[in-house]
Ligand binder design. Structure first.
Ligand SMILES: [Zn+2]
Length: 491
């Protein structure tokens, strides 16, 4: 008995030593430090340009009603005047309102690269104008920020790329690799008539890009538990989207003599089952690479978990699943969004319908989601109906997952570290959509990242109120774009 107890104590001690040693060794890779690079820019002028760009009401509406075509034309004219040297040096091709510039490189054997963003923005929700600290289309520069719709999504990306390219042209820079710049006019409504046509054109011209860089994640400030450094997540994939209707069926009739279970009751039960049985998700592939990199900077208690996934994977996954933001990285998400049933208070519904939106993780397909849902809600009185969605047929599958070991990724990583110094760069998964859904098919690797810091406070500005970007943050982001263009076009 005593011997068994002794053995047990020794085993526990050994286990503890292993767990703690692994956590102690779970440190950032030392090679991640890079030299600092800086450029001297006319910062006030760049900020004035961003401010001016916000004043064009280039709003994409869900239906083409209310489209202010003049604003788009004026924006294009403004770009060609404001960046006149760029406009004269590069070749321009228009795809409706989308501008594709080509800067021909000296070595035609190298695959080109593409930097892209969109200059259309979403509308201001009627009635919320007064909640803005500065009018949403004023482009006011105040309190260390440039304010207005598009300041983050994505005029700062477009103007940042234009400023960076102009800087290089003015300095006599010659790229080895051909550089394409694309500025989309309809990203917020799917990008089919802009980026979609640009991708068609590149495909028809047999242009295959080494990589593309589009809007995506930012340098996240204070998003990860216990991590003080900025975390630049370079998104290497984006989730897809599909929508299903779940239909509960009943006999209908007068509400004075209802059956024990109505169509609404059937539907409610089905939705509850769906919420209780999410698509499976685990910490693997891309999410694993991201958390492996970032957890090396976390407090010791969290390091113990992430350094010992062989023991704690269940615990880690349960922890990540609790937070909607990290849960979305692990799995295809299930979101019931719309409901309808009877049209009158005293009429029983024959069909009660829930619309459920799924954001497709790269490991799943639209088919595997339909199978999962059908199995979970299985009942003779429940029907699962696929829904056509925004011109993408039954939905949009997740994108391919681009490499985070490629030259292009390394160029982006190095550029961020050259400008920002000691920050974390990790691959990430985009949970929203971007124009890269189009560019992915003409690029070996498609990356999605805006080189600007972002706090949780600013997050509410995306498609919301008080969208703003820090003036210093914008300037540093332009420098990252310059560095990306230099490294990307020369290596
Ligand atoms: Zn955007």
């Amino acid at each position: 008995m005593r011997r068994i107890f002794k053995l047990l104590v020794i085993s526990i001690l050994v286990l503890l030593v292993i767990i703690i040693t692994r956590a102690l060794l779970h440190t950032p890779e030392t090679s991640s430090l890079q030299e600092t690079v800086d450029y001297s820019l006319d910062e006030d002028l760049m900020l004035a340009h961003l401010s001016e760009s916000i004043r064009f009401k280039t709003i994409s509406h869900e239906n083409s009603q209310g489209l202010n075509a003049g604003a788009f034309d004026n924006f294009q004219a403004w770009v060609s005047q404001t960046y006149s040297q760029l406009h004269q040096t590069l070749e321009l091709k228009m795809f409706n309102g989308t501008m594709l510039y080509k800067w021909v490189g000296t070595d035609p054997t190298l695959k080109p690269i593409l930097l892209t963003g969109h200059y259309d923005v979403v509308p201001i929700i009627p009635g919320t104008e007064s909640l803005w600290q500065q009018p949403p289309f004023s482009g006011t520069i105040d309190d260390g920020f440039v304010w207005g719709r598009g300041a983050l999504d994505d005029k700062s990306g477009v103007i940042g790329i234009l400023e960076a390219t102009s800087y290089l042209i003015a300095g006599g820079y010659q790229p080895k690799r051909t550089i394409y710049l694309s500025f989309g006019h309809d990203e917020e409504i799917g990008g089919a008539k802009g980026a979609g046509l640009v991708a068609d054109y590149l495909e028809a011209s047999e242009v295959q890009l080494a990589w593309s860089l589009d809007e995506g994640s930012f340098l996240l400030d204070g998003f990860l538990p216990g991590v003080d450094k900025l975390v630049a997540t370079v998104n290497v994939a984006e989730k897809g989207s599909t929508t299903l209707q779940i239909v509960g069926k009943g006999a209908g009739g007068h509400s004075s003599m209802p059956p024990s279970q109505t169509a609404v009751g059937v539907l409610a039960e089905a939705i509850t089952k769906l919420e209780e049985n999410p698509m499976s998700g685990e910490l693997d592939g891309l999410a694993l690479a991201m958390f492996d990199t970032t957890s090396r900077e976390m407090p010791f208690t969290l390091k113990i978990l992430f350094a010992n996934r062989w023991l704690f994977s269940g615990l880690i996954e349960a922890m990540l699943a609790k937070d909607p933001a990290t849960n979305a990285m692990l799995r295809t998400t299930t979101a019931p969004t719309m409901l309808s049933a009877s049209v009158k208070t005293n009429v029983l519904a024959i069909e009660a319908i829930a619309t459920v939106n799924f954001r497709v993780h790269p490991r799943d397909t639209i088919g595997s989601i339909v199978d999962h849902v059908s199995a979970v809600v299985e009942n003779n009185n429940v029907e699962v109906r696929p829904m056509a969605w925004d011109g993408f047929g039954l939905g949009q599958p997740a994108s391919e997952v681009s490499s985070w070991e490629s030259k292009g990724y390394q160029n982006i990583e190095q550029s961020v570290k050259n400008i920002y110094g000691n920050v974390i760069v990790a691959p990430g998964l985009m949970v929203a959509a971007s124009d890269s859904r189009h560019y992915g098919r003409v690029a070996d690797n498609a990356y999605r990242f805006n080189p600007f810091p972002l706090t949780r406070d600013q997050l509410a500005g995306f498609h919301g109120t008080n969208e703003r970007i820090g003036t210093d943050d914008f300037v540093r982001g332009v420098k990252v774009y310059i560095r990306i263009l230099e490294l990307g076009s020369n290596q």
